[in-house]
Design a protein around this ligand. Sequence first.
Ligand SMILES: [Zn+2]
Length: 266
Amino acid sequence: MIIDTHTHLDHIKHVDEALVRAYEVGVEAVMAVGIDAVTSRRNLELSQRQAANWPKIYLAFGMHPSEANVEELKDCILLMSEHVAHLKAVGEIGLDFWYPWVKKSDVKKDVQRQVFRRQLEFAKQLNLPVIVHSRGAWDECYQMVMDLGITKALFHWYSGPVDVLTKILDAGFYMSATPSLAYSPQAREAVNVVPLNRLLVETDSPVTFRRLKGQADGKDDWEPFEAEPKDVFKALDYVAEIKKQSREDVLGVVNDNAKQFFRLTE
Ligand SMILES: [Zn+2]
């Protein structure tokens, strides 16, 4: 049994069937993360329809940096306040300065910072863990999490510089890995560095990853695929390969990490 610690269930086509497929291969639970009030509410509704042959659906509400909007954040905070009892985390929140049109715009970056800060304050106040999206702004995300005095942070799909990861780990925080380990040198390097007891696995489904199809003209031939929660096993297998440990050993540790991080047993 395994836990997919990051999936956008509301974005998955035919999500009921995808959940059944995940359950059938041994996915015990999923963390359904929101990117704004609308998607968070959709995940809440889905969790209220929890079926016996689905993985257990846990919830994280939040406003993603790509959706950052100060006005709409009010709705999101209100929704979080109303459903605190159902929340295991605040997420997915953070900063994303990856795209040039964001990187070049102080206005856009400031909106993201405001929205991130407000949600960190909320999480701190309610003593909830945070799921951080930090692409292209790894160090600044780390700084803000530290400045706000957050004690439980998960740097999701970490593929940033190793020196920032070292600071993240020194602060006692966690990172997660996805099936991008098949081809991303940065993601592989991060998994190489992180001790197993600070690592979680996830799919960020329905994101599109690549998988090796075979060989063509003496070169690796890749094909794209849309991830769903059952693909969390792919992330697990790559971690086992990089850490040179058995799948069972890695599984035991990452599951314990997830349960502890999100307080799933309480
Ligand atoms: Zn995500």
